[in-house]
Design a protein around this ligand. Structure first.
Ligand SMILES: [Zn+2]
Length: 362
């Protein structure tokens, strides 16, 4: 899979480069924490984004033992998470840049080996009962008045269960649904996809970028800022090529990823989910991993600490960070005792601009 050059909108920032090279996992954690404070200052100095909107896409079951690393003491085998998508607009050099964050297509995600097996085990009807669709990507953009041609970039925090063909591969008319958008992914994530290891296979859709032109895929190496108020920060561990999105609003910095599934994972000492706070206390840990693959668990822990370092606290709950789980734990009748202690639900800020689509169609 080849990829195109880095667009000029992306500014490479190096505050964490040396930190991630630090030998020894404990020393690396300390170095990333220190570098994270510098990167946070730099991102905040750019001011807020122009606008952020959030849409619920789908609610789906997920093994409890993965979601909360096996430390929740609920007997329910599945907890429930809700996929959410964001549109972020930032200003850069007098131009508005529009970024679509985590546009998961639930129908295509259902083809990921893990979900396909669930369907095989329980049947399509049960899957449809367990999973709830809230809105579609196209329907949401239309509701917001965002023209698909105005989307400049698409990014996912990682590519588990994602399939971008419906957005970026040319359709029957030779035109992609998002005709001007480029995918921003870490090179390490694209490398994973190019040759998937058996222990990674359950969560990836191998052909998820098939037919997407090479000039629509941007391979990133590290951390980048886009305009004022948006950044892509590598957070390896959950997957080797994982990254987190940082968006700044009037409430300060937010981080977005799936490294942890709710604030319970980022402030486990305050969690009301049985077993979580006790585990954090007994084990002396400050985060609980989303542990379905554990590609690099020590770095995933460090990445979550980095997210906590960059994110501002929730204004009226200062013990909780503004980390927004892209698939956030939600309460569900089939998952007793597994409701989140606190839910962010959405990030809403600013007014949507209607940028002129100057480049026309692709
Ligand atoms: Zn994942």
């Amino acid at each position: 899979m080849s990829a195109t050059t880095i667009p000029a909108d992306l500014v490479r920032v190096s505050e964490l480069d040396a930190a991630w090279q630090t030998r020894g996992a404990g020393a690396r954690l300390d170095a990333v924490r220190r570098g994270g404070r510098k990167l946070r200052d730099r991102i905040l100095a750019g001011g807020p984004a122009r606008c952020v909107r959030t849409a619920d896409l789908a609610t789906f079951p997920y093994p409890t033992r993965y979601g909360l690393q096996g430390v929740a003491s609920s007997p329910a085998p599945y907890l429930f998470m809700r996929n959410r998508m964001h549109v972020v607009q930032v200003d850069s050099g007098g131009r508005t840049i529009t970024i679509l964050v985590n546009p998961t297509d639930p129908e295509r995600s259902a083809k990921a080996p893990y979900f396909a097996r669930l369907e095989e085990k329980y049947g399509k009807v049960v899957r449809k009962l367990l999973a709830t669709m809230h809105s579609t990507i196209a329907g949401t953009l239309e509701r917001w008045g965002v023209a698909p041609a105005s989307i400049d970039y698409v990014t996912y925090d990682h590519l588990h269960v994602q399939d971008a063909r419906g957005l970026l591969a040319p359709g029957a008319g030779g035109r992609a649904f998002l005709p001007n958008a480029k995918l921003l992914a870490q090179r390490a994530e694209l490398d994973t996809l190019a040759n998937i290891h058996p222990l990674q296979a359950e969560w990836y859709i191998p052909e998820c970028l098939a037919g997407v032109p090479a000039d629509r895929i941007v391979a990133l190496d590290g951390d980048y800022m886009i305009g004022g108020g948006f950044a892509i920060v590598r957070t390896p561990g959950h997957t080797i090529g994982n990254h987190s999105l940082v968006v700044v609003t009037d409430r300060g910095a937010w981080t977005i990823s799936e490294n942890g599934i709710s604030v319970d994972a980022y402030a486990p000492g305050t969690s009301q989910i049985r077993g979580v706070a006790r585990h954090a206390r007994d084990a002396g840990v400050e985060v609980i991993l989303n542990a379905n693959t554990r590609e690099q668990s020590l770095d995933q822990y460090t990445s979550m600490v980095l997210e906590k370092t960059i994110a501002d606290p929730v204004p009226d709950r200062p013990e909780l960070p503004q980390h927004f789980a892209s698939s956030e734990l939600v309460g569900h009748p089939l998952a007793p005792g597994l409701s989140p202690t606190y839910t962010h639900g959405e990030i809403t800020y600013g007014t949507l601009a209607q940028p002129a689509v100057a480049r026309g169609v692709a």
